[in-house]
Design a binder for this molecule. Structure first.
Ligand code: NAD
Ligand code: DAU
Length: 335
Protein backbone atom coordinates (compact mmCIF):
# COMPACT_ATOMS: atom_id res chain seq x y z
CA UNK A 1 0.00 0.00 0.00
CA UNK A 2 1.01 3.59 -0.57
CA UNK A 3 0.19 5.50 2.61
CA UNK A 4 -0.03 9.22 3.26
CA UNK A 5 0.66 9.99 6.91
CA UNK A 6 -0.14 13.49 8.16
CA UNK A 7 1.77 14.62 11.25
CA UNK A 8 4.41 11.91 10.76
CA UNK A 9 7.16 14.03 12.28
CA UNK A 10 5.39 14.10 15.66
CA UNK A 11 5.47 11.57 18.47
CA UNK A 12 2.94 8.90 17.44
CA UNK A 13 3.21 9.55 13.69
CA UNK A 14 6.98 8.96 13.65
CA UNK A 15 6.60 5.76 15.66
CA UNK A 16 3.88 4.63 13.24
CA UNK A 17 6.09 5.27 10.19
CA UNK A 18 8.90 3.22 11.72
CA UNK A 19 6.42 0.46 12.54
CA UNK A 20 5.12 0.23 8.95
CA UNK A 21 8.54 0.35 7.28
CA UNK A 22 9.85 -2.32 9.62
CA UNK A 23 6.93 -4.70 9.16
CA UNK A 24 5.78 -4.24 5.53
CA UNK A 25 8.45 -4.36 2.83
CA UNK A 26 5.88 -3.66 0.11
CA UNK A 27 4.40 -0.49 1.67
CA UNK A 28 5.59 3.04 0.98
CA UNK A 29 5.00 6.21 2.96
CA UNK A 30 4.62 9.90 2.26
CA UNK A 31 4.98 11.92 5.43
CA UNK A 32 3.07 15.23 5.15
CA UNK A 33 3.91 17.50 8.07
CA UNK A 34 4.03 21.25 8.71
CA UNK A 35 6.89 20.88 11.22
CA UNK A 36 5.32 22.93 13.98
CA UNK A 37 7.17 23.14 17.31
CA UNK A 38 6.12 19.49 17.87
CA UNK A 39 7.31 18.18 14.50
CA UNK A 40 10.92 17.03 14.38
CA UNK A 41 12.62 15.25 11.51
CA UNK A 42 15.24 13.99 13.98
CA UNK A 43 12.49 11.54 15.06
CA UNK A 44 12.90 9.84 11.67
CA UNK A 45 16.67 10.02 11.22
CA UNK A 46 17.13 6.26 11.03
CA UNK A 47 14.68 5.80 8.12
CA UNK A 48 15.10 9.05 6.15
CA UNK A 49 17.20 7.38 3.43
CA UNK A 50 14.78 4.45 3.02
CA UNK A 51 13.61 4.50 -0.63
CA UNK A 52 10.06 3.68 0.47
CA UNK A 53 9.86 6.91 2.51
CA UNK A 54 9.44 10.53 1.39
CA UNK A 55 8.73 13.77 3.21
CA UNK A 56 6.62 16.78 2.16
CA UNK A 57 6.60 19.90 4.29
CA UNK A 58 2.99 21.02 4.13
CA UNK A 59 -0.01 22.23 6.09
CA UNK A 60 -3.19 20.16 6.32
CA UNK A 61 -5.25 23.34 6.02
CA UNK A 62 -3.78 23.98 2.54
CA UNK A 63 -6.20 22.22 0.14
CA UNK A 64 -3.95 22.31 -2.92
CA UNK A 65 -0.91 21.01 -1.08
CA UNK A 66 -2.95 18.17 0.43
CA UNK A 67 -4.45 17.32 -2.97
CA UNK A 68 -1.04 17.18 -4.64
CA UNK A 69 0.37 14.98 -1.88
CA UNK A 70 -2.59 12.58 -1.92
CA UNK A 71 -2.55 11.67 -5.61
CA UNK A 72 -2.44 7.89 -6.05
CA UNK A 73 -2.39 6.95 -2.37
CA UNK A 74 -4.31 3.94 -1.03
CA UNK A 75 -4.99 5.35 2.43
CA UNK A 76 -4.59 8.54 4.45
CA UNK A 77 -3.80 8.23 8.14
CA UNK A 78 -4.47 11.59 9.70
CA UNK A 79 -2.37 12.13 12.83
CA UNK A 80 -1.59 15.85 12.35
CA UNK A 81 -3.00 17.99 15.12
CA UNK A 82 -2.23 20.48 17.82
CA UNK A 83 -2.12 17.98 20.67
CA UNK A 84 -1.30 19.59 24.04
CA UNK A 85 -4.20 20.38 26.38
CA UNK A 86 -2.30 23.06 28.35
CA UNK A 87 -1.44 25.00 25.18
CA UNK A 88 -5.10 24.86 24.11
CA UNK A 89 -6.04 26.49 27.42
CA UNK A 90 -3.67 29.39 26.65
CA UNK A 91 -5.30 29.75 23.19
CA UNK A 92 -7.66 27.48 21.28
CA UNK A 93 -7.43 29.19 17.87
CA UNK A 94 -4.69 27.10 16.29
CA UNK A 95 -6.43 23.97 17.62
CA UNK A 96 -9.67 24.82 15.83
CA UNK A 97 -7.84 25.77 12.63
CA UNK A 98 -5.65 22.66 12.37
CA UNK A 99 -7.76 20.04 14.11
CA UNK A 100 -11.21 20.98 12.80
CA UNK A 101 -10.69 22.86 9.53
CA UNK A 102 -7.63 20.77 8.65
CA UNK A 103 -9.60 17.56 9.13
CA UNK A 104 -12.36 18.83 6.83
CA UNK A 105 -9.70 19.52 4.18
CA UNK A 106 -8.41 15.95 4.46
CA UNK A 107 -11.95 14.54 4.29
CA UNK A 108 -12.76 16.60 1.19
CA UNK A 109 -9.60 15.47 -0.61
CA UNK A 110 -10.19 11.81 0.30
CA UNK A 111 -13.71 12.19 -1.08
CA UNK A 112 -12.73 14.03 -4.26
CA UNK A 113 -9.81 11.76 -5.15
CA UNK A 114 -11.78 8.64 -4.17
CA UNK A 115 -9.02 7.43 -1.87
CA UNK A 116 -10.10 3.98 -0.62
CA UNK A 117 -9.48 4.55 3.11
CA UNK A 118 -8.93 7.26 5.70
CA UNK A 119 -8.22 6.87 9.42
CA UNK A 120 -8.80 9.84 11.69
CA UNK A 121 -6.62 9.58 14.79
CA UNK A 122 -8.82 10.84 17.59
CA UNK A 123 -8.62 10.55 21.36
CA UNK A 124 -10.40 9.12 24.41
CA UNK A 125 -10.63 12.75 25.61
CA UNK A 126 -13.67 13.37 23.38
CA UNK A 127 -15.81 11.50 25.95
CA UNK A 128 -14.68 13.78 28.78
CA UNK A 129 -13.96 12.29 32.16
CA UNK A 130 -15.89 9.36 33.52
CA UNK A 131 -16.59 8.23 37.06
CA UNK A 132 -15.04 5.03 38.38
CA UNK A 133 -15.73 2.17 37.75
CA UNK A 134 -17.55 3.09 34.51
CA UNK A 135 -15.90 3.06 31.06
CA UNK A 136 -16.72 5.20 28.04
CA UNK A 137 -17.54 3.29 24.88
CA UNK A 138 -18.17 3.93 21.22
CA UNK A 139 -21.63 5.44 20.80
CA UNK A 140 -21.50 7.41 24.07
CA UNK A 141 -22.06 11.15 23.78
CA UNK A 142 -19.01 13.39 23.45
CA UNK A 143 -18.45 15.64 26.47
CA UNK A 144 -15.09 17.35 25.88
CA UNK A 145 -13.72 19.50 28.70
CA UNK A 146 -11.03 21.67 27.11
CA UNK A 147 -10.41 23.41 23.76
CA UNK A 148 -8.14 20.58 22.55
CA UNK A 149 -10.64 17.80 23.18
CA UNK A 150 -13.48 19.98 21.86
CA UNK A 151 -11.53 20.43 18.61
CA UNK A 152 -10.99 16.66 18.34
CA UNK A 153 -14.71 16.05 18.99
CA UNK A 154 -15.42 18.58 16.21
CA UNK A 155 -13.10 16.73 13.84
CA UNK A 156 -14.79 13.43 14.66
CA UNK A 157 -18.25 14.88 14.10
CA UNK A 158 -17.17 16.04 10.64
CA UNK A 159 -15.78 12.59 9.85
CA UNK A 160 -18.91 10.78 11.04
CA UNK A 161 -21.10 13.16 9.02
CA UNK A 162 -18.96 12.76 5.88
CA UNK A 163 -19.23 8.99 6.13
CA UNK A 164 -22.99 9.13 6.50
CA UNK A 165 -23.69 11.85 3.93
CA UNK A 166 -21.10 11.15 1.25
CA UNK A 167 -19.97 7.63 2.17
CA UNK A 168 -16.42 8.85 2.63
CA UNK A 169 -14.53 5.69 3.69
CA UNK A 170 -13.46 6.81 7.15
CA UNK A 171 -12.49 4.88 10.28
CA UNK A 172 -11.61 6.45 13.61
CA UNK A 173 -9.29 5.44 16.45
CA UNK A 174 -9.54 6.88 19.95
CA UNK A 175 -6.62 5.92 22.11
CA UNK A 176 -5.75 6.67 25.68
CA UNK A 177 -2.54 8.50 26.70
CA UNK A 178 0.42 7.21 24.70
CA UNK A 179 3.97 7.15 26.04
CA UNK A 180 7.30 5.93 24.66
CA UNK A 181 10.23 7.03 22.47
CA UNK A 182 10.30 10.53 20.86
CA UNK A 183 7.51 11.85 23.10
CA UNK A 184 7.70 15.66 23.14
CA UNK A 185 8.77 16.75 26.64
CA UNK A 186 5.80 19.01 27.34
CA UNK A 187 3.55 16.06 28.29
CA UNK A 188 3.59 14.53 31.78
CA UNK A 189 5.85 11.50 31.30
CA UNK A 190 8.64 12.90 29.08
CA UNK A 191 8.57 16.21 30.98
CA UNK A 192 8.98 14.47 34.33
CA UNK A 193 11.61 12.01 33.08
CA UNK A 194 13.77 14.69 31.45
CA UNK A 195 13.39 17.11 34.38
CA UNK A 196 14.52 14.38 36.76
CA UNK A 197 17.46 13.43 34.51
CA UNK A 198 18.44 17.11 34.86
CA UNK A 199 17.88 17.00 38.62
CA UNK A 200 14.94 19.41 38.35
CA UNK A 201 11.64 19.10 40.21
CA UNK A 202 8.47 17.86 38.54
CA UNK A 203 5.28 19.98 38.57
CA UNK A 204 2.46 17.67 39.68
CA UNK A 205 -0.95 19.29 39.14
CA UNK A 206 -3.89 19.36 41.48
CA UNK A 207 -2.83 16.77 44.06
CA UNK A 208 -1.92 14.12 41.45
CA UNK A 209 -5.19 12.21 41.96
CA UNK A 210 -6.16 12.11 38.26
CA UNK A 211 -6.24 8.81 36.35
CA UNK A 212 -5.01 8.12 32.82
CA UNK A 213 -4.72 4.69 31.11
CA UNK A 214 -1.12 4.70 29.79
CA UNK A 215 -0.67 3.02 26.40
CA UNK A 216 2.79 2.14 25.07
CA UNK A 217 3.07 3.92 21.71
CA UNK A 218 4.17 0.79 19.81
CA UNK A 219 0.96 -0.91 20.96
CA UNK A 220 -1.09 2.00 19.64
CA UNK A 221 0.77 1.77 16.30
CA UNK A 222 -0.12 -1.92 16.09
CA UNK A 223 -3.78 -1.10 16.77
CA UNK A 224 -3.91 1.62 14.09
CA UNK A 225 -2.19 -0.77 11.67
CA UNK A 226 -4.83 -3.42 12.43
CA UNK A 227 -7.64 -0.94 11.82
CA UNK A 228 -6.00 -0.01 8.51
CA UNK A 229 -5.90 -3.62 7.34
CA UNK A 230 -8.86 -5.25 9.09
CA UNK A 231 -11.13 -2.45 10.33
CA UNK A 232 -14.62 -1.81 8.99
CA UNK A 233 -15.37 1.44 7.19
CA UNK A 234 -17.54 3.73 9.31
CA UNK A 235 -16.40 2.19 12.62
CA UNK A 236 -14.60 3.87 15.52
CA UNK A 237 -12.20 1.88 17.72
CA UNK A 238 -11.35 2.79 21.31
CA UNK A 239 -7.81 1.68 22.21
CA UNK A 240 -6.70 1.19 25.80
CA UNK A 241 -4.37 -1.26 27.57
CA UNK A 242 -6.88 -1.88 30.39
CA UNK A 243 -4.38 -4.46 31.69
CA UNK A 244 -2.72 -2.76 34.58
CA UNK A 245 -4.55 -1.63 37.69
CA UNK A 246 -5.47 2.06 37.23
CA UNK A 247 -2.77 4.46 38.40
CA UNK A 248 -3.06 8.07 39.44
CA UNK A 249 -0.66 10.75 38.22
CA UNK A 250 0.87 10.74 41.71
CA UNK A 251 1.43 6.97 41.53
CA UNK A 252 3.04 7.03 38.09
CA UNK A 253 5.26 9.89 39.24
CA UNK A 254 6.42 7.72 42.14
CA UNK A 255 7.11 4.82 39.73
CA UNK A 256 9.39 7.13 37.70
CA UNK A 257 11.08 8.42 40.86
CA UNK A 258 11.73 4.84 41.98
CA UNK A 259 13.24 3.78 38.62
CA UNK A 260 15.50 6.84 38.70
CA UNK A 261 16.37 6.44 42.40
CA UNK A 262 15.01 9.88 43.32
CA UNK A 263 13.05 10.95 46.38
CA UNK A 264 9.54 12.35 46.65
CA UNK A 265 11.02 15.74 47.56
CA UNK A 266 11.48 16.14 43.76
CA UNK A 267 7.69 16.59 43.41
CA UNK A 268 6.58 20.22 43.19
CA UNK A 269 2.81 20.33 43.83
CA UNK A 270 1.14 22.99 41.68
CA UNK A 271 -2.47 24.13 41.44
CA UNK A 272 -4.57 25.91 38.87
CA UNK A 273 -2.50 25.31 35.71
CA UNK A 274 -5.20 23.12 34.17
CA UNK A 275 -8.66 24.61 34.79
CA UNK A 276 -11.39 22.07 33.96
CA UNK A 277 -8.89 19.25 34.65
CA UNK A 278 -10.42 15.88 33.72
CA UNK A 279 -10.28 13.51 36.69
CA UNK A 280 -10.37 10.13 34.97
CA UNK A 281 -10.35 8.67 31.47
CA UNK A 282 -11.23 5.03 30.87
CA UNK A 283 -12.50 3.46 27.66
CA UNK A 284 -13.77 0.01 26.76
CA UNK A 285 -11.41 -1.49 24.20
CA UNK A 286 -13.43 -4.65 23.42
CA UNK A 287 -14.01 -3.68 19.75
CA UNK A 288 -10.32 -3.40 18.86
CA UNK A 289 -9.62 -6.59 20.88
CA UNK A 290 -12.21 -8.41 18.75
CA UNK A 291 -9.91 -7.71 15.76
CA UNK A 292 -7.12 -9.55 17.60
CA UNK A 293 -5.29 -6.67 19.30
CA UNK A 294 -3.84 -6.78 22.79
CA UNK A 295 -1.14 -4.71 24.46
CA UNK A 296 2.35 -6.23 24.55
CA UNK A 297 3.93 -4.62 27.62
CA UNK A 298 2.96 -3.84 31.20
CA UNK A 299 3.18 -0.25 32.40
CA UNK A 300 6.27 -1.12 34.46
CA UNK A 301 8.10 -2.65 31.45
CA UNK A 302 7.05 0.19 29.14
CA UNK A 303 8.15 2.83 31.65
CA UNK A 304 11.54 1.17 32.16
CA UNK A 305 12.12 0.99 28.40
CA UNK A 306 11.03 4.60 27.95
CA UNK A 307 13.20 5.94 30.76
CA UNK A 308 16.17 4.00 29.36
CA UNK A 309 15.54 5.59 25.96
CA UNK A 310 15.58 9.11 27.46
CA UNK A 311 18.80 8.24 29.29
CA UNK A 312 20.37 7.04 26.03
CA UNK A 313 19.05 9.90 23.89
CA UNK A 314 19.90 12.99 25.91
CA UNK A 315 21.00 14.93 22.80
CA UNK A 316 17.55 14.48 21.23
CA UNK A 317 15.63 15.97 24.16
CA UNK A 318 18.23 18.59 25.08
CA UNK A 319 17.88 19.98 21.54
CA UNK A 320 14.08 19.97 21.85
CA UNK A 321 14.12 21.71 25.23
CA UNK A 322 15.66 24.93 23.86
CA UNK A 323 14.41 28.18 22.27
CA UNK A 324 10.61 28.34 22.01
CA UNK A 325 10.29 25.48 24.48
CA UNK A 326 11.95 27.56 27.20
CA UNK A 327 9.57 30.44 26.51
CA UNK A 328 6.56 28.13 26.71
CA UNK A 329 7.88 26.60 29.95
CA UNK A 330 8.28 30.01 31.60
CA UNK A 331 4.91 31.25 30.37
CA UNK A 332 3.09 28.14 31.61
CA UNK A 333 4.96 27.18 34.78
CA UNK A 334 6.53 30.50 35.74
CA UNK A 335 9.98 30.33 37.23
P1 NAD B 1 2.44 15.68 18.36
O1 NAD B 1 2.05 17.02 18.87
O2 NAD B 1 3.65 15.00 18.89
O3 NAD B 1 2.63 15.73 16.78
C1 NAD B 1 1.76 16.43 15.94
C2 NAD B 1 2.39 16.48 14.55
O4 NAD B 1 1.46 17.15 13.67
C3 NAD B 1 3.69 17.30 14.50
O5 NAD B 1 4.66 16.63 13.71
C4 NAD B 1 3.27 18.61 13.83
O6 NAD B 1 4.32 19.23 13.10
C5 NAD B 1 2.14 18.13 12.91
N1 NAD B 1 1.20 19.21 12.58
C6 NAD B 1 0.60 20.06 13.44
N2 NAD B 1 -0.17 20.93 12.75
C7 NAD B 1 -0.07 20.60 11.43
C8 NAD B 1 -0.63 21.11 10.24
N3 NAD B 1 -1.45 22.17 10.26
N4 NAD B 1 -0.32 20.51 9.07
C9 NAD B 1 0.52 19.44 9.03
N5 NAD B 1 1.10 18.94 10.13
C10 NAD B 1 0.80 19.50 11.33
O7 NAD B 1 1.14 14.77 18.52
P2 NAD B 1 1.01 13.24 18.94
O8 NAD B 1 1.06 13.15 20.40
O9 NAD B 1 1.92 12.45 18.10
O10 NAD B 1 -0.50 12.97 18.50
C11 NAD B 1 -0.81 12.56 17.16
C12 NAD B 1 -2.30 12.41 17.04
O11 NAD B 1 -2.78 11.47 18.00
C13 NAD B 1 -3.08 13.69 17.30
O12 NAD B 1 -4.15 13.75 16.39
C14 NAD B 1 -3.59 13.54 18.72
O13 NAD B 1 -4.79 14.26 18.90
C15 NAD B 1 -3.81 12.05 18.78
N6 NAD B 1 -3.69 11.42 20.10
C16 NAD B 1 -2.57 11.58 20.86
C17 NAD B 1 -2.44 10.92 22.07
C18 NAD B 1 -1.22 11.06 22.93
O14 NAD B 1 -1.21 10.54 24.05
N7 NAD B 1 -0.15 11.69 22.47
C19 NAD B 1 -3.48 10.09 22.53
C20 NAD B 1 -4.64 9.97 21.73
C21 NAD B 1 -4.72 10.62 20.52
O1 DAU C 1 -6.02 10.87 26.64
C1 DAU C 1 -5.40 11.10 25.40
C2 DAU C 1 -4.71 12.45 25.44
O2 DAU C 1 -3.57 12.28 26.26
C3 DAU C 1 -4.30 12.94 24.06
O3 DAU C 1 -5.45 13.16 23.29
C4 DAU C 1 -3.49 14.24 24.18
O4 DAU C 1 -3.03 14.64 22.90
C5 DAU C 1 -2.31 13.97 25.08
O5 DAU C 1 -1.57 15.16 25.26
C6 DAU C 1 -2.77 13.44 26.43
O6 DAU C 1 -3.52 14.42 27.15
P1 DAU C 1 -3.37 14.60 28.74
O7 DAU C 1 -3.80 15.96 29.09
O8 DAU C 1 -3.96 13.47 29.46
O9 DAU C 1 -1.75 14.44 28.85
P2 DAU C 1 -0.66 15.29 29.68
O10 DAU C 1 0.60 14.52 29.58
O11 DAU C 1 -0.63 16.71 29.28
O12 DAU C 1 -1.22 15.20 31.16
C7 DAU C 1 -1.42 13.94 31.78
C8 DAU C 1 -1.89 14.21 33.20
O13 DAU C 1 -0.79 14.77 33.92
C9 DAU C 1 -3.03 15.19 33.32
O14 DAU C 1 -3.87 14.78 34.38
C10 DAU C 1 -2.35 16.50 33.70
C11 DAU C 1 -1.13 16.05 34.48
N1 DAU C 1 0.06 16.92 34.36
C12 DAU C 1 0.46 17.29 33.11
C13 DAU C 1 1.56 18.10 32.96
C14 DAU C 1 2.01 18.54 31.57
C15 DAU C 1 0.75 17.29 35.49
O15 DAU C 1 0.42 16.92 36.62
N2 DAU C 1 1.86 18.11 35.33
C16 DAU C 1 2.27 18.53 34.11
O16 DAU C 1 3.26 19.31 34.05
Amino acid sequence: MKLLITGGAGFIGSNFIRHILKNYQEDSIINFDKLTYAGNLENLKEIESDKRYSFIKGDVTDVNAVKDACKGVDAVIHFAAESHVDRSIHSGHEFIHTNVFGTQVIIDVVHELKIPKMILISTDEVYGDIESPNKSKDGDAFKPSNPYSASKAGAESLAIAAHRTHEVPIMITRSTNNYGFYHFPEKLLPLFITNLLDNKKVPLYDGGTQIRDWLYVEDNCKAVDLVLRKGSIGEAYDIAPENDPEVTNGEITKMILAILNKGEDMIEPVEGLRPGHDQRYAVDSSKIRSLGWKPSVSLKQGLEQTIQWYQDNRVWWENVKTGDYQEYYKKHYGN
